[in-house]
Design a protein around this ligand. Sequence first.
Ligand code: CP
Length: 328
Amino acid sequence: MRSDLKGRDLITTQEWELDAIEETLRLASDVKRRPQAYSDVFKGKSLIMLFFNPSTRTRLSFEIGMTQLGGHAVYMEADSGWIGKGSESIKDTASVMARYGDAIAIRIFPNVTGWRYGESNRVVREFALWADVPVINMECDMFHPCQALADIMTIREKKGDPKGKKFLLSWAYHPNPLPCSVPNSALLISTRFGMDVTLLHPEGFELDEQIMKWARKNVEESGGSLQVTSNVEEAYDGADVVYVKSWGSLKYYGNPQEEKKLRVKFRNWTCNEELMSLTKKDSIFMHCLPIRRNVEATDGVIDGPHSVIYDEAENRLHVQKAVLMLVL
Ligand code: CP
């Protein structure tokens, strides 16, 4: 196991070198194959998980992952401590947490930081600044790195080498504006691995220009490609991987009334069997979950032959165990 990742924070996969990501994926596959081989590596070690927002997969996979490695995870709802009440600074909270825990993991969505894009990412980074133990981003308003690692692991398992495979990242309708963390992260990891990426969204749902710049740079380095379109049929045509996700419009970030007026125009943007029939016969359907059934995608797609959503969710456990072992 490489030692140079010891002490590293994971805030976005974009800040981890490709060979560090490869090492994580290699270890994750081994952990998946031989979980018993790693059953006591974290004896006496603790992970502090600070949640400002709800979670099913992230909480369970980190907590159970730590237990399986012989360590312990502490679940802390932000509101149950002074930080969530606005009564203690990030510096004091992070510095004290680092005296108790061997690593800190944080989930903080944009609603907590007033829907100012990048602000909840800034909070995670401030924790990382003051804590002298590794800080893992469990999803902020910009990134969800553990999801991206589980996604690329799943693509490899199902489709082999991602290079040259057509990856469709499609916006979908949802009644509420959701963070851009998952689409940003899916775009960054797919371009990093040389995929031919199609980003499909209606006008007004463009992703952050900095993310797009990184994605274009990734494409140059990886030999993949990136096109952006609002043509649904063209985008689905021949796809190997269909990744569906809803996200809010950055144009109206923090202005839900105006945002809703734009979003409802696209309420028919649901991934259905007809669209999936345009993809390759052996294509896979992915979603990070939770998913609004028959809104983001139909039951027929979610429960259909292309769907790999539960394998994708399972891989969260394996990649996170790998990340923890590498950074601790
Ligand atoms: N995909 C994901 O992060 O799920 P949770 O919100 O349930 O943690």
